[in-house]
Design a protein around this ligand. Structure first.
Ligand code: HEM
Length: 443
């Protein structure tokens, strides 16, 4: 029987203030589900793989994106794929499927490699670096190259700074959102972000216009980046111009911090488990010595991939996938009322005592080729599942392996202090105080 006794409201508020992940800590790790009435209304945390499958796939039609998530993200991402609903989402997902085919993802491998090689020169002198911060710069560089090949209608440096500011201000969880207060009530976070948002939208619109002119002028010479591919997806059954712009911002929002967090946590976990790091380093050295084509690295490096996947298990960058039922329903005796926030929390599912052996331990062998079949599709969800599964997952996997191959073949990273996850006011699983690490050149 699931334990449904929640902490008291006061206790809950104290924990949320300290670190919301603790609210879903030890007392949730054994339960198939938790059903409570929280600060913002009824709340169901779905841990049972069958229930997760029910919510994300079998009865996905009865679920929309949770109100809180939409209140936070829609003002920034509008009708981008992550926040679109209903027919707009259906049409956009179909129109964007060709953008993410293996042919295009492979085409991004060289730009990913080029930007990573430029990036790592900063470590030549050694010293202590905040790897969490640095990975955010690296994944931004890679996105700038794969999104618009560095061609933007404005100065590069200020664009990168404004992106940070935009998600710093508007991407924060406002207390009014947690209470699901109506949209018309002004949020401080939105008011603070208004100017940045206008600047940002302006640059994106200008960049799209610039590219469109280039496509007309020189159709054979345009870069095959996301921007060109999105513009080709424009049309009566495809994307509108506004949706092209919304999706550029969505790719930055959904594909920048997430991959950065995943890379940072992988490097940190490997530093804490040097015996695993040895295996990964040996594998990378051997593959780089014989294979120069970066599109082949993902398949050729099963240990490196396993270390990355295990870090995604322990520190899923998206700690919670949030839904809300359109109609109330019952699943195996569990009542899911209307307006309930239904949370599939990779953070909790990945630590569930009944699903994982020694869940707190960093054990990449779980994902070695001979073991990975034992992992249920619905117990490992870093990229979600079902119709709304991450469309950028294969892009992110390729990017991560290329970045790890270059970083770890040249440098060694050692933690200078312990860290703990701290998602407060941010949407991704952040390390508290960053990830300061000693960087040294490998012999
Ligand atoms: C959706 C995680 C990288 C674009 C999602 C979802 C998760 C996720 C959990 C599902 C959200 C839900 O069901 O509510 C991650 C992680 C990443 C990553 C952990 C990196 C390690 C990327 C990249 C891109 C991207 C690189 C784009 C270039 C998207 C989009 C959606 C999405 C557009 C919405 C899909 C839809 O609703 O149809 N991601 N993501 N993601 N992701 Fe990713």
């Amino acid at each position: 029987t699931p334990r449904t006794k929640p902490p008291s409201t006061l206790e809950m508020m104290r924990i949320v203030y300290r670190n919301p992940l603790e609210l879903w800590g030890e007392h949730t790790y054994n339960e198939p589900w938790i059903s409570v009435t929280g600060i913002g209304g009824p709340l169901v945390i779905a841990n049972d793989p069958g229930l997760i499958r029910h919510v994300l796939i079998d009865n996905a039609k009865n679920y929309k994106m949770a109100t809180v998530r939409q209140l936070i993200l829609r003002p920034i991402l509008r009708d981008g794929l992550l926040t679109a609903e209903g027919e707009v989402w259906k049409r956009s997902r179909k129109a964007m499927a060709p953008v993410f085919t293996p042919r295009h993802i492979f085409g991004f491998a060289e730009p990913m490699l080029k930007r990573t090689l430029e990036f790592v020169t900063r470590y030549e002198a050694g010293g202590v670096a905040d790897i969490a911060h640095d990975m955010t710069l690296l994944t931004y560089d890679i996105l700038a190259e794969t999104l618009f090949s560095g061609e933007i209608a404005g100065e590069q440096g200020s664009f990168a700074r404004e992106i940070d500011r935009l998600f710093e201000t508007m991407g924060r969880v406002d207390p009014l959102d947690l209470l699901r207060a109506p949209e018309w009530l002004p949020r401080l976070t939105r008011i603070r972000g208004r100017k940045t948002m206008a600047y940002f939208r302006n640059i994106v619109a200008g960049t799209v216009r610039m590219r469109e002119e280039r496509m007309k002028r020189d159709p054979g010479g345009v870069p095959q980046d996301f921007l060109t591919l999105l513009l080709r997806a424009e049309g009566p059954d495809g994307l509108t111009r506004a949706e092209v712009e919304d999706n550029i911002i969505t790719f930055i929002g959904a594909g920048h911090e997430t991959t950065a967090r995943a890379l940072g946590w992988t490097i940190y976990c490997l530093a804490e488990a040097p015996w695993e790091r040895d295996k990964v380093e040996q594998e990378i050295d051997a593959v780089l010595a014989r294979e120069s084509d970066p599109t082949k690295w993902l398949d050729a490096m099963p240990f490196t991939r396993a270390a990355f996947e295990e870090a995604l298990r322990l520190y899923p960058p998206a700690p919670s996938i949030n839904r809300e039922p359109i109609e109330p329903e019952t699943w195996n005796g569990l009542d899911i009322p209307k307006y309930a926030a239904v949370l599939v929390m990779p953070w909790v599912v990945h630590r569930h005592r009944k699903l994982w052996d020694r869940p707190e331990a960093f054990m990449p062998e779980r994902f070695h080729p001979e073991n990975r079949d034992r992992i249920d599709r619905f117990q490992y969800l870093p990229f979600g599942a079902g119709p709304r599964v991450c469309i950028g997952a294969s892009f992110a996997m390729q990017e991560a392996i290329i970045a790890l191959a270059i970083l770890l073949s040249r440098f060694r990273f050692d933690a200078t202090s312990e860290t703990r996850p701290w998602p407060v006011q941010k949407l991704t699983t952040q390390p508290q105080g960053g990830l300061p690490m000693q960087v040294s050149r490998r012999a």
